[in-house]
Design a binder for this molecule. Structure first.
Ligand code: AHG
Ligand code: MN
Ligand code: MN
Ligand code: MN
Length: 331
């Protein structure tokens, strides 16, 4: 039955149930966890769309471990998702962009670990531009019920059991994979439900869009500069929203590459391996694309610390491969 695609418009709950029937691995717990994420996403969606009216826009007044000024919605989203995972009972620990250390939820039966960027694109909140949430789901390694270990949260991207993002844009979408393809759900706020709208998403092998902050052009490596020149010679479109989730989602649908390379300021780039790059790498690979740090597969990188940054090249296979060629020519 798994090859019988469900009709567009299928509610998320029904879709999860079907997948659970088709893939015994998708134990009830993972299905419940996906529902918990969808619920928190609905709550955050409502808060984002009212931020301007409920004094939730703007800075919170604190700095996070990244050295960034936390926005109120960074904190609100972090609280909402953490609470959903705590109450859901399936998650034993979380690593979050907004938390310096591992958050042990003290859920004794929790068998899952979450790595999350609760609000991606924070600089865009106050200017009413699309923002998102990015998450990865891992199984815990250490014995259930015992204290969470560092090995539980520092797993390679290849160990992900699921990954996804929520895009709060002209419409709100949940896009995720459990390792059997990528499916997109569009939120209908009047019904409070996500409905299947983008079935078995595939990224085109090549693309006509490149996304990079060329403001840092002078601090890019020669191969990156050369790749940008090639994009211009090919007359590609430059599109950069400043919210990774939004740039990634557009490139997933239309074909393209998103690049956040090493710069003089950030020698490993800005994006974080555990709660931005690994999740999008899993999704793009499941959709037929690629994700590297320039030369190596993102999902095979072994994390050393929870807030580790890596250079990030993600999108259409032909485009990511071309960057790798240019980088290898240089060495
Ligand atoms: P976050 O808001 O979660 O810290 O992530 C912001 C990231 C990503 O969303 C975006 O593509 C990138 O930062 C923009 O960085 P620059 O402003 O340096 O281009
Ligand atoms: Mn982010
Ligand atoms: Mn963030
Ligand atoms: Mn941030």
């Amino acid at each position: 039955t798994s090859h019988i695609a469900l009709p567009v418009g299928t509610a998320l709950d029904r879709f999860i149930k079907r997948k659970q029937d088709d893939f015994p691995f998708a134990s009830g717990e993972l299905s419940q966890l996906l529902r918990d994420i969808a619920l928190a996403g609905k709550i955050v969606d409502r808060e984002i769309r009212r931020a301007g009216l409920s004094n939730l826009a703007g800075a919170f007044g604190t700095q996070n471990v990244q050295g960034e000024q936390q926005q109120k919605l960074d904190v609100v989203a972090n609280v909402r998702f953490t609470r959903a995972f705590k109450n859901g009972g399936e998650v034993c620990a979380i690593i979050s962009e907004e938390e310096e250390k591992i958050v042990d939820l003290a859920n004794p039966n929790g068998r899952y670990i979450i790595a999350i960027d609760p609000l991606d694109g924070s600089s865009n909140i106050d200017v009413n531009v699309s923002i998102g949430t990015i998450f990865s789901i891992y199984r815990r390694i250490s014995p259930v019920g015992g204290p969470v270990q560092e090995e539980d949260v520092l797993q390679r991207g290849t160990a992900q059991v699921a990954a996804g993002y929520i895009l709060f844009s002209s419409s709100t979408m949940l896009v995720y994979t459990t390792g059997n393809g990528v499916n997109g759900f569009t939120y209908e706020p009047s019904l409070g439900e996500f409905f299947l709208s983008h079935q078995n998403m595939r990224i085109p092998e090549d693309g006509g869009i490149y996304s990079i902050n060329e403001g840092s052009y002078h601090s890019f490596s020669e191969p990156v500069k050369q790749y940008i020149e090639e994009c211009k010679e090919r007359n590609l479109s430059a599109r950069y929203i400043g919210s990774l989730v939004a740039d990634f989602h557009r490139n997933l649908l239309k074909g393209g590459i998103y690049i956040y390379p090493a710069t003089k300021k950030d020698k490993n780039g800005k994006l974080r391996l555990m709660y931005e790059c690994n999740a999008l790498a899993f999704i793009v690979e499941q959709a037929g694309g690629k994700a590297t740090n320039g030369t190596e597969r993102i999902m095979e990188l072994t994390p050393e610390v929870i807030h580790e940054r890596v250079p990030f090249f993600v999108g259409s296979t032909k485009m990511v491969n071309r960057v790798k060629e240019l980088m290898q020519l240089q060495n």
